[in-house]
Write a protein that binds this ligand. Structure first.
Ligand SMILES: [Fe+2]
Ligand SMILES: [Fe+2]
Length: 292
């Protein structure tokens, strides 16, 4: 049931293996030892509070994803939720989502979707905000990878935009990162023009992508469109994630985007989560796991 996916052999060459001759005369790869087992997980679009025939039990399907992640033999370093945690940004929906996500064994990182920004991002920040990210965006380095988490939804009506302040921050953040270091970027709405007719784009995303052009290997992980779509532009690999709540139609196959009704016995096969594993020295292997 598992689907091997796009990031196989991205071919990162940023980190080298240091071969050392041990006391017993055997060679071991120090780099490989250090990096072995580093992985993280992406989940997206849980829409807690949604209750329609497309998925009458979104809490149940998120709980199923959490249980599957907790059962992974190699626990991820973290789980990133790429937004639309709630459906209507209500306090009780944030509470319910937080309580479900708190049962993850791995630490949780989150970023908001436009459904978490109805009215404002206040409720999102109250439940999932970080002290080191007063505006929502942040970056960190882990296992030789530079991670950047962006916000491109500030209101339900203002989505698909990063804004000048964040772009300036990103420029400064990336300035200190060597071009050989793999970069992984999270954002809710796709950063490239995936399907602008349905708003599946970030209007000032091209400026961010331009800043990422000098890096050898960049991976951009998004949510929002509730289906897996992979894309490549030069050094940048893009992948949107399946939702844990409900699927949406493929671009242009319906009059407008929105929850897609599939037969009940097929729903879990179109929902899922994604594992990403760093394979020394610098490959990032990705696998999408349906909940079925
Ligand atoms: Fe969504
Ligand atoms: Fe969204």
């Amino acid at each position: 049931m598992k689907r091997r996916n796009f990031l196989e052999h991205v071919g990162w060459t940023g980190a080298g293996i240091v071969w050392t001759l041990g006391a017993t005369g055997t060679l071991s790869a120090a780099g490989a030892q250090e990096d072995r087992g580093f992985s993280f997980v992406q989940i997206s679009d849980s829409h807690i509070g949604f209750a329609r025939p497309e998925n009458p039990d979104v809490a149940g399907t998120l709980a199923r994803a959490v249980a599957a992640i907790n059962a992974l033999p190699n626990q991820p370093a973290f789980v990133v939720h790429t937004g639309d945690i709630t459906h209507l940004a209500k306090a009780e929906q944030f509470d319910a989502a937080r309580s479900l996500l708190q049962s993850l064994k791995a630490p949780l990182l989150a970023l908001p979707g436009e459904h978490d920004a109805i009215g404002s991002l206040k409720g999102y920040f109250a439940s999932f905000g970080r002290k080191d990210a007063p505006d929502g965006w942040f970056s960190f380095d882990q296992n030789g990878i530079h991670f950047v988490s962006l916000v491109n939804v500030f209101d339900f009506e203002l989505m698909g935009k990063l804004g000048r302040t964040q772009l300036d921050w990103l420029k400064g953040d990336l300035a200190a990162v060597p071009g050989s270091r793999p970069v992984v970027v999270f954002a809710h709405v796709p950063l490239y023009a995936l399907y602008p007719t349905w708003g599946w784009t970030t209007e000032d995303g091209a400026e961010a992508l331009q800043m990422l052009a000098r890096f050898d290997h960049v991976t951009v992980l998004n949510g929002h469109i509730h289906q897996i779509i992979e894309h490549r532009e030069g050094n940048i690999r893009f992948a949107t994630a399946a939702a844990t709540a409900y699927p949406q139609p493929a671009p242009g196959t319906a009059p407008k985007p929105g929850p897609l009704l599939v037969p009940a016995d097929r729903l879990l096969s179109v929902l899922g989560y994604r594992t990403l594993e760093l394979v020394p020295p610098s490959d990032l292997h990705s696998e999408d796991h349906p909940l079925a």
